[in-house]
Design a protein around this ligand. Sequence first.
Ligand SMILES: [Zn+2]
Length: 152
Amino acid sequence: MGSFTDTIECPQCSGEAWIEMYYKTGEEVIGCPDCGYSKQFVIVNKETKSSVGEFEWVPDFKLEEITGTGAYKLREKDSKFYEHGSFNENLNEALFIQMVEEQKHLLAFAEYRIYKDGVLQPLVTLIQDDSLLGPFTTPEELEKDFKNTTNT
Ligand SMILES: [Zn+2]
């Protein structure tokens, strides 16, 4: 699938958010690693394309915007990449802390930040084991690797 990733100013917290644009389909996904804001402008009826026929098919776009209440970043011990995610109605701060506590034997890194009343709260680091990064990998390089892997 043809896409490229860039960074934009987050519409919610003005931080640096990433945007992935699918130039063949016109789809767009935005995510903010600071406040957890996310926006998805995606086609929801792709599976009907084969039954309708390529030329008769009309894409049905759906816009979903999620107000961020925070975001987290995790890395498992045997993984080279960070996993980013947002807090939402199914995952709040307390649940996240509980989840990290339960899985801490698997994790090399866990960090989160709450976005409340229009203000980014200080970063909270739960687990940080730099010895597991290896001698030639800095956190910035891991971040870059993460971005590169989202290009498909
Ligand atoms: Zn943001």
